[in-house]
Write a protein that binds this ligand. Structure first.
Ligand code: SAM
Length: 163
């Protein structure tokens, strides 16, 4: 409840103040929460740990995160900035980008924003729990997105499938 009020309050602040709050939030609060639950490795040492975890353990860890956490940093996704970058990159390459693959879509904040802009969006995430949450958010907004469970390290689509 307090968190929602904070997010609403943030909307009225100038962008520069929002950026500072965003950094403080991610550095202090979101990170601390994860560290408390999973230990420092999840944040600080996850790359090293990843090499020693099986795929099933990695999926379980992220499913657990998605079941038990409201991950603050996801409310911070700057979809407008990312959409602007996509449009700019299309212009630079003289390409009309219409299809997007988002890898690690989480609970769909960016994916839904991109679909609302008219892109055909496919989402890949390792966590079925994240995908379940994302899909139900998209359904609420009547947004159609293709959801796939899988690993960034082994993308289940041929090269140049999206463009
Ligand atoms: C910070 S969240 C993504 C937020 C989302 N991009 C947005 O802006 O709304 C990171 C996501 O990456 C997923 N993830 C982590 N490791 C992954 C991997 N190896 N392959 C695919 N997804 C992964 C997690 O399950 C998590 O949902």
């Amino acid at each position: 409840m307090a968190h929602r009020a904070y997010l609403r309050f943030k909307q009225i602040l100038p962008q520069r103040v929002k950026d500072v709050l965003s950094v403080v939030n991610q550095r202090l609060f979101a990170r601390r929460r994860l560290q408390r639950k999973y230990g420092a490795w999840f944040d600080v040492d996850w790359r090293k740990k990843f090499r020693t975890m099986s795929d099933a353990e990695w999926i379980r860890a992220y499913d657990d995160v998605w079941k038990n956490h409201h991950n603050d940093c996801l409310d911070e996704t700057d979809s407008a900035l990312i959409l602007h970058s996509i449009a700019q990159s299309g212009k630079r390459q003289n390409k009309n980008v219409r299809e997007i693959l988002e890898i690690g879509c989480g609970f769909g904040t960016l994916a839904i924003a991109m679909a609302k802009e008219g892109y055909a969006v496919t989402c890949l995430d390792v966590s079925t729990e994240a995908l379940r949450k994302a899909e139900s958010r998209a359904l609420r907004d009547n947004i159609s997105i293709r959801w796939e469970q899988g690993f960034a390290e082994n993308i289940p689509f041929p090269d140049k499938s999206f463009g």
